[in-house]
Design a protein around this ligand. Structure first.
Ligand SMILES: Cc1cc2nc3c(=O)[nH]c(=O)nc-3n(C[C@H](O)[C@H](O)[C@H](O)COP(=O)(O)O)c2cc1C
Ligand code: SF4
Length: 438
């Protein structure tokens, strides 16, 4: 089967975000097909597709849906559109350019899961995405695609749009549920209870990412087997990657999942086009700010979940951040740690205190005000958050945000320790002054 764009195929159609534009380009065919099937068969197609979740953890959607305890209602579908990881902006584009595709995906998932209430949570700062999704919801309600007796069947579902307030941690699924319930967006401890069994309002809840759900119309229209034929053995279909940093053509590219390599997506003219200014690569982050860094020797790895996991990092949120040879590794590390320190929700001590201390130490180093034992202290704090620096990380925290702050430190110190040592040596030659954090 020829590889084509699946979820970005309407990105160049000017009015694809309207119902007319969507219908004219084949929209809602997947839903109509789903409604001719029994819900369990729709679920089977998604399992056959082996669709991995696109929000970060890469868990198979069909398997997760199966964790809803049978016979417990109401149950909910929650769409995670909070996307705030630095360098990640694929879900925003999906919501702005093709909101009906996402809505159709929500309807198909709701039908397969036998539920009648869906919540679509969009990050606070994404004004255009919110407007486009709101307008598309209104159109779909009016045309009978959402609401009572959809397309003349006895399937009924409501979709509620919820705007977040712009906190990164609310992307973590249990924090998102807390936020939806009207509380502070702070993660819940899991295990014991996972959202599929005890989620929103204590009811079974499936949380899926925007890109995950946007794949469903194509999967149901063409069949799960056709989707599984694309891509790698386990990383099936296509996937969107946002490439940013020191490249000639930063942007979001949909590529065959599990097959396309980092070298291709960073250097090929049809993608990011190589390092800007003819400079050399220093390192790149393969999957969002939380991911351990990769280097020249990783360029020929395919964008495949299992391969990247095995190589000691992750594809995470689908953000590839490229740093050229002129990048200051200490400054890059400080920048990332500062993000996590500011976004820590403060619920657990190792993350609340640790990330703030890490940021302060890195700030001291960067301002050439470091103390001789600052690197040891930094590593000690990291070890308190993520003991042993293992991959995948062990954690003393409630959620993975704490260990995410450790990733850039271990990466930068592991490969570019000399740059830290130069700053520390220069610090000794300067008078010590108080350094403001940030
Ligand atoms: C700190 C943190 C932030 C996250 N942010 C997002 C996010 O913005 N969007 C998202 O879909 N998943 C995010 N996730 C992952 C979600 O917890 C969850 O795994 C995902 O929404 C499930 O959807 P999927 O199975 O379709 O990937 C985040 C996780 C963590 C720990
Ligand atoms: S690890 Fe950080 S963000 Fe996560 S619950 Fe603890 S304090 Fe909050």
């Amino acid at each position: 089967m020829a590889v084509d764009h699946i979820i970005t195929k309407r990105f160049n159609i000017v009015d694809a975000h309207t119902l007319d534009g969507y219908l004219a380009s084949g929209g809602y065919r997947g839903l109509r097909r789903a409604l001719e099937m029994v819900p369990s068969d729709v679920h089977e197609e998604v399992k056959t597709a082996s669709l991995l979740g696109r929000g970060g953890a890469g868990f198979p959607a069909g398997v997760k849906w199966g964790f809803c305890p049978p016979g417990v209602w109401p149950r909910y579908l929650v769409v995670n559109g909070d996307e705030s990881e630095p360098g990640t902006y694929k879900d925003r584009l999906l919501m702005e350019r093709d909101p009906h595709q996402l809505i159709e995906g929500c309807l198909i998932a709701s039908y397969a899961l036998g539920l009648s209430q869906c919540f679509l949570y969009v990050r606070g700062e994404m004004a255009e995405a919110q407007e486009r999704v709101a307008a598309a919801l209104n159109e779909a309600y009016e045309a009978g695609y959402i609401g009572k007796n959809i397309c003349g069947t006895d399937f009924s579902v409501d979709i509620v749009l919820h705007w977040g307030a712009g906190a990164y941690i609310v992307g973590e699924e249990t924090a998102l549920l807390e936020s939806l319930e009207g509380r502070r967006g702070m993660p819940r401890l899991k295990p014991p209870a996972f959202p599929a069994s005890f989620g929103l309002y204590g009811k079974p809840t499936i949380v899926n990412n925007v890109e995950t759900l946007s794949n469903l119309p194509w999967i149901i229209e063409h069949g799960g087997a056709a989707f599984a034929e694309l891509g790698g053995e386990q990383s099936t279909g296509t996937r969107m990657f946002a490439v940013s940093g020191h490249v000639k053509r930063p942007g979001v590219y949909e590529v065959e999942f599990g097959v396309t390599t980092f070298r291709e997506i960073i250097y090929a003219d049809e993608y990011a086009g190589g390092i800007a200014g003819g400079r050399e690569l220093k390192c790149f982050i393969p999957g969002g700010a939380s991911a351990p860094w990769f280097y020249e020797e990783h360029l020929d790895l395919p964008l495949d979940k299992a391969t990247v996991d095995q190589a000691g990092s992750m594809l995470g949120s689908g953000a590839i951040v490229v740093m050229d040879e002129t990048t200051d590794a200490v400054a890059a590390c400080h920048n990332l740690v500062r993000f996590f320190a500011r976004e820590s929700c403060g619920k657990c001590t190792p993350c609340r205190e640790g990330t703030a201390w890490m940021e302060q130490i890195l700030s001291r180093v960067l301002h050439r005000q470091a103390r001789p034992d600052d690197l040891d202290l930094l590593l000690d704090i990291c070890d308190n958050i993520s003991p042993g620096f293992a991959w995948p990380p062990k954690m003393t925290t409630i959620c993975p945000l704490g260990p995410s702050a450790v990733s850039p430190v271990i990466s930068a110190l592991g490969r570019f320790k000399d740059e830290f040592e130069t700053y520390i040596a220069q610090s000794q030659a300067r008078p010590r002054i108080p350094v403001a954090s940030g």
